[in-house]
Design a protein around this ligand. Structure first.
Ligand SMILES: Cc1ncc(C[n+]2csc(CCOP(=O)(O)OP(=O)(O)O)c2C)c(N)n1
Ligand SMILES: [Mg+2]
Length: 382
């Protein structure tokens, strides 16, 4: 793949942004600060769509889901220091899933170890299994970028590319021959015999896979087995279960990434009350982007995974139970439609929304029995 030619004497940030667009990057999920403003601005100038998240962890998880669904070179842009530390759980999830992803992390000017924003980005990034790369000098920057993109796309790695501000701002003669990214390897193909055997089994199944024109994401928690059990999808790419790092709170961002990757489709999210509260800032993003989304909150006002496990062992479980949260009111405050559901009759507003075409975001605050333990949970955590 060749990228468009670049003009003489541009900043490194501008040249790298054009290189990234030339490599096929179409979308960047991020949250801006001084250290990543210029590279993000340059990406927009180069025609890459910037999708602003409200928390860097969510930005990384949106990109993770988007990359899994599309296979595209997908970008994340974060500020130095706390911008990167906020993103690290999403980066860890992506790294453990071997998601090809390129995280552009602004960094302090080279050697500026007294900056409040200084930290050892490499040590942090490697500790969660991601690959750390850096643009070292203005002269090496394009080669450094190519190495990072090649590692992400060819080796299926989550790569964090540190971008020191002084190197981003430096001027380079950008009339050199454009860099070339080698062809991205195709997906590994399963054995056709195995596919036929699986297809036969599905056709014979009591509950055959019913193709549905929707995508499904799930958060983690005690509730999470109900989502794949009852919400069927037509292909693996139509779902995102971000459980590789076993983190609570990634579901909403996964649903947003899936929805962006599948324009116009209804994204359904299953989340617990705890995980949803952890990520709720990006409900604003789902609404701002005009996504079609149905969010089903299994609301037991508790960290049920801990409640069931530790109660069995004789502990008091007060420290993992909470007062009731009124998600419907909160969601309306963000601009979503919502209903509180205590019986099947309370699902009527959901039916009405679906009959009207299911536009925008609908939040279902489903109050569930906190004493009920799911079969898979009892089995896995005896
Ligand atoms: C980031 C993170 N913090 C804490 C945990 C521990 N943890 C596992 S399940 C869970 C409960 C989550 O509560 P909720 O989203 O309401 O789901 P529930 O288990 O109640 O169905 C917690 C806190 C975790 N896995 N990840
Ligand atoms: Mg809960």
């Amino acid at each position: 793949m060749r990228q468009a030619g670049v003009s003489n004497n541009s900043t490194v940030a501008a040249v790298l942004a054009k290189d990234l667009a030339g490599f096929g990057a179409r979308r960047c999920f991020g949250l801006l600060g001084t250290a990543n403003f210029k590279i993000s601005h340059a990406l927009v100038e180069a025609g890459v769509e910037l999708i602003s998240a409200r928390h860097e962890g969510n930005a990384a998880s949106m990109a993770d889901a988007y990359a899994k669904a599309t296979g595209e070179l997908t970008l994340v842009s974060v500020h130095s220091g706390p911008g990167l530390t906020n993103a690290i759980t999403g980066i860890g999830e992506a790294a453990k899933s071997r998601t090809p992803l390129l995280v552009l992390a602004g960094d302090v000017p080279t050697g500026n170890v007294k900056s409040n924003f200084y930290m050892n980005q490499t040590e942090l990034v490697r500790s969660v299994g991601a690959v750390s790369e850096r643009i070292y000098t203005p002269r090496s920057a394009r080669g450094d970028l190519l190495r990072a993109v090649t590692c992400a796309m060819h080796d299926r790695q989550t790569v964090v590319l540190s971008l020191p501000l002084d190197v981003q701002d430096a001027k380079i003669d950008a009339t050199n021959a454009p860099l070339e990214l080698g062809p991205v390897p195709g997906r590994l193909q399963p054995n056709p015999e195995d596919i036929r055997t699986l297809a036969d089994a599905i056709v014979r199944a009591k509950r055959p896979l019913v193709p549905k024109d929707r995508v499904v994401a799930s958060d983690s928690g005690h509730f999470c087995g109900w989502v794949p059990r009852y919400l069927r999808v037509h292909s693996p790419k139509a779902s995102c279960l971000s459980h590789s790092f076993q983190s609570v709170g990634l579901g909403l961002a996964s649903a947003i990434g899936l929805a962006v990757a599948n324009p116009g489709k209804l994204a359904v999210l299953g989340a617990g009350d705890g995980g949803f509260l952890m990520s709720i800032a990006d409900l604003e993003t789902a609404i701002r982007l005009g996504l079609r989304m149905c969010i089903l909150i299994y609301n037991d006002s508790s960290y049920a995974a801990e409640v069931h496990f530790f109660r069995r062992q004789g502990y008091s479980i007060d420290i993992v139970q909470f007062p009731e949260t009124d998600f419907a009111t909160i969601a309306r405050g963000y601009g979503a439609r919502a209903s509180t559901v205590r019986s099947t009759a309370d699902l009527e507003p959901v039916r009405a929304w679906v009959n009207e075409g299911a536009a925008g975001v609908f939040v279902i605050d489903a109050k569930i029995n906190p004493d009920l333990e799911a079969d898979w949970h009892a089995e896995h955590f005896p």
